[in-house]
Design a protein around this ligand. Sequence first.
Ligand code: 13P
Length: 255
Amino acid sequence: MRIPFIAGNWKMFKTVHEAVVFVKELKSVVKDVADVEIVVAPPFTAVHAVAEAARNSNIGVAAQDLYWEREGAFTGEVSAPMIKEAGAEYVIIGHSERRRLFGETDATVNRKIVAAIGANLASIVCVGESLEERERDETLAVLDRQIKDGLDRLTAEQVADLVIAYEPVWAIGTGRNATAAQAGEAHAHIRTRLRQWFGGDAADHCHVIYGGSVKPDNIRELIAEPDVDGALVGGASLDVRGFGDIVNKSRQAAV
Ligand code: 13P
């Protein structure tokens, strides 16, 4: 019922030119894939060009952040309607790098999700514990807080359309992915909370994807976990063959 969702978060990599070259090649690599939702998230500067290059293909486009006001004197910020008009259908919200380096909180995550919904953008909401929190055995409590406060006052229908990315901070960019069992436990917990707090339809419909050192050689075992619906891929999404490989492997593993 939930087809695999594989998104590449390019972070602060790729010029407009490099991004367009990548998408043109990716289009041919994944042209026959109809059973995976494929998304790339370029930097703001390349969102429009990538959306144009991906037009009429099976590749969707995400921005990596937004600001919740529609417009105004907010130097450096980009609003949800601007992102939508540039051609994106998705936006990443609350990535751990934004939480850690740019002061994002569950409250700002909540405001951003509401703004995305208002502009008809689907949110990819990132949650996940730090290494210290895992070692203190606080993982599930951290996820509870991030979900409860981040998704505060959303309706069941709105939650159904979200993508939640479980990205343990200690697994991001470290080459040390969560084991399938660790990811499976966290994802099952997230699904249980969605069911308790937003109902069965929201829990069944919402994609819960894993991020943190996903590579072509570990995607199969991760996505084989029943509650792992896909991946948010950082470093390995910058290489078109590697990313295409992850898409293809998620497809075979999920059936
Ligand atoms: P890596 O795949 O490079 O660990 O990054 C994961 C991530 O942060 C995706 O948003």
